[in-house]
Ligand binder design. Structure first.
Ligand SMILES: N[C@@H](CCC(=O)N[C@@H](CS)C(=O)NCC(=O)O)C(=O)O
Length: 368
């Protein structure tokens, strides 16, 4: 694979013979050497896609994981009545802290916006982004974000007032649509209305509560967002029962934690922390029985909990990395139920997020 180079650098910055002829005649060799070395240095400062490392060491030295989440999206990340951030995104952060720091509570939740979520990751302001963020190609290949695995399979929907008697997205021709800028939501809405020959007027906001309240105040006929967020934000409306979420889903929104591209060790840790929660559900291991499960005769369970072998070492962690996640945070079914499912105010069915063996598409590769 060709290594990324600064555009003004020669192929190999220290090989002066590769410099262009005109350039060679225009400058004395000493200056050229200086330029070549300067080029070499600048090439190592500019980032993508040169390998970066060190997030694990940084987090360990700090003794704290800095995780970027939304300000308040119930079910994903929102403060509870004690001011503690709860939800699926918050639990993803905790799982990584349990694996890396042996303490799921060693997480500083940093509130990001749709606008700064990627720059914060790039600048090293946060170690991990777990923020209802859709894994898309451009975000991966041009913004320099790695999405190690999918936490929640979502899709975009629309909320309307029941009194409007709108039954389907097809009834939204000419509608005013409240939405948040800088999101895939904005792009999908444009695609959808154009593709269906329908007119619409987007009314965009920087903040989700502004968009929601504008809709509630009647400035828009509909509010569009990831459908799980619609169900969650509906609960914030004065009379939730006056509104309904339309049946159509117009996009794929695979929500995934994000890390800086190039730090493969860190990416692996986040990927396998998520897969550990899915694998535990599949193996019937949960936060209540994980200690007894260490004595299981099942080879897969023994390997998973670090009783046999030491897969943790390959990520710079100890053998019981997965045990710590399950003990302190829970398996995927446990976090889903308390954050979004039956045990939460939202009561969202598992749907696509059921395990593959239960009719969903959540599937973790083998831990071996
Ligand atoms: N999944 C979409 C939308 C994500 C998104 O930012 N949704 C809004 C609406 S709930 C949000 O999280 N806002 C919270 C905030 O900006 O604090 C994306 O990745 O672009």
């Amino acid at each position: 694979m060709e290594r990324w180079r600064h555009p003004v650098c020669p192929a190999d910055p220290l090989d002066i013979s590769l410099l262009h002829d005109d350039f060679e005649t225009a400058l004395p060799k000493s200056k050229m050497k200086f330029l070549a070395i300067a080029c070499f240095l600048c090439a190592s400062i500019v980032v993508p896609p040169v390998a970066r490392a060190g997030t694990l060491d940084k987090v360990k030295a700090r003794g704290m994981l800095i995780c970027s989440v939304t300000e308040s999206t119930p079910g994903f990340a929102a403060p509870n009545d004690k001011g503690v951030y709860v939800g699926l995104d918050a639990d993803m952060c905790r799982a990584v802290a349990a694996a890396v720091l042996n303490d799921a509570n060693k997480v500083t939740f940093k509130i990001s916006t749709t606008a700064n979520r990627f720059t914060w990751l790039q600048s090293g302001e946060v170690d991990l982004m777990s923020r209802v963020t859709t894994f898309s190609m451009a975000r991966n290949t041009t913004v320099g974000v790695d999405f190690p695995a999918i936490l929640y399979f979502d899709g975009q929907g629309f909320m309307v007032r029941k009194s409007a008697k709108i039954k389907s997205v097809n009834d939204l021709n000419g509608a005013t649509v409240c939405l948040q800028s800088g999101t895939t939501t904005e792009l999908n809405a444009a695609d959808y209305f154009r593709a269906h020959g329908m007119k619409y007027e987007p009314v965009t906001f920087q903040r989700p509560d502004e968009a929601l309240h504008a809709y509630e105040e009647g400035r828009c006929d509909t509010y569009t967002n990831d459908v799980s967020s619609l169900w969650a934000l509906k609960l914030k409306l004065k009379i939730a029962g006056d509104h309904l979420v339309l049946p159509e889903i117009i996009s794929k929104e695979p929500l995934a934690p994000g890390v800086r591209q190039g730090d493969f060790q860190w990416s692996n840790i986040v990927r396998w922390s998520l897969y550990a929660m899915l694998t535990a559900e599949e193996l019937g291991v949960n936060s209540k029985n994980v200690d007894q499960m260490k004595a299981s005769a099942n080879a897969e369970i023994r390997r998973f909990l670090g009783v046999d072998g030491d897969l943790g070492q390959s990520m710079g962690l100890t053998g019981d990395w997965a045990y710590r996640i399950i003990k302190q945070v829970g398996n995927y079914a446990e976090i889903y139920d308390r954050d979004l499912g039956k045990g939460s105010a939202l009561g969202i069915d598992r749907g696509l997020n059921a395990l593959w063996k239960d009719g969903g598409i959540q599937y973790a590769p083998p831990i071996r």
